[in-house]
Design a protein around this ligand. Sequence first.
Ligand code: F6R
Length: 369
Amino acid sequence: EKGGYDYFMLKEIAEQPKAVADTLLGRIDPSGSLTLDEVRISPSELREVDKVVIVACGTAFHAGLIAKYAIEHWTRIPCEVELASEFRYRDPILDGRSLVIAISQSGETMDTLMALRHAREQGSKVLAICNTNGSTIPRESDAVLYTHAGPEVAVASTKAFLTQLVACYLVALYLGQVRGTKWGDEVHAVIKDLSRISDEVERVLETMEPVRALARTLAAKNTVLFLGRHVGYPVALEGALKLKELAYMHAEGFAAGELKHGPIALIEEDLPVVVVVPSPRGRSLLHDKIVSNIQEIRARGARTIVIAEEGDETVVPYADHLIRIPATPTLLQPLVATVPLQVFACELATARGNEVDQPRNLAKSVTVE
Ligand code: F6R
C-alpha cells in the first residue's frame, strides 16, 4: 500500500502534484473565475465580512500564516492567524461579521474544534478547510472546503499542507471575487499560475537527489536554523517543524529580519542555515534584504543552504549549497519552496535511523486539548 516507497511519507511527498491538482479540480471554471459550491456562506454574508480569523495547529497553522498574506493582499480584509490552542483563552474579539477559517487535515484536532465552537458561540461564521470527509470539524462548521489530498498516513503532514495552501488561496481569491476587491488582472494571472502549479511541484520533485545527499551529510549535526521573510517565514517555520518531528533535531525558523535582534548570536562555524529566498521579480526590496541576511550569516561562519528561484544569480556567491525552485509569484512560492524542506527532513530522519512515518511521542490526530 506504500506503492513501492519505503515510507508513506515518501509516497505522500510524491503524490503532491496530483493532490494539488485535485484540490483545484472543478473549482476554476473555463472563464477563469471560481466556483466554490461547498462554501455555503452566501455572497452577501461574505460581503459583510470585516475580519478573517484563521485558527489551526502545527503545520495547518503554518498554512494559515501564509494564507494571511494572500487574503490581505487580494481582498484588503484584515486577517489574523492564531494557534487554536491559544485562541479562546484570550477572549478574542469576534462577532457576526468575522469569518473564522479552521484549517485541519484530520478534522478531529481538539484544539481547533474548541476554537471553532468558541467562534460560533460568538455568532461568527466558520469555514473549515479540511481533508477528511465527514469529520467533526467540518460537521460543526457553517461551510467546508475539502482539500482532496487523499488519505495522509504518515504522521508528518506533507501533501495535506500543500493542499491546505491551495484551498486558502482559493478562499482568498473567492473572497476577492465576491467582494469585487482587487479583482483585476493580477487575480486572473494568479488563477492561471495556480493551474500550472502542479507541474511546478512535479519539477521540484525531479530535482531532489542533491537535497537528499546534502541531508545525509548533516546527520550528525545538532542544530539547523531556517530563515525566511514574508511568506518565506512560515515556510521556514514549517521546515523547522518537519526537522524537529522527524529528525529529532533542534531546529528553529526565524523571520530573517529578526536575526539582528538576537538569533544571530546563535551563528557559529559550520552551522547549517537554510534560507528561503523570495523571487527577485516584483518584490525586489524583499529579495535584496534577504541576500544581505545571507551575507551576514555567512560572514559569521554559517553553512548556507539557499533555496532560490531558477535564474536568480545574485545568491550564487553566498550559497554553500543551492537548491533551485521554479520561478513562481511570491505569494505562491511556498507551494514549491516547502517541498525540498520535506525531502530534507525525511532524508535526515532516515539517515539518523528514525522511524519516518511514526515519529516518537506523536500521533496523527490529536484529540485531546
Ligand atoms: C506536523 C503535523 C501536525 C499537524 C497538527 C494539526 O507535521 O502533522 O503539526 O499539522 O497536529 O493537525 P490537523 O491538521 O489534523 O488539525
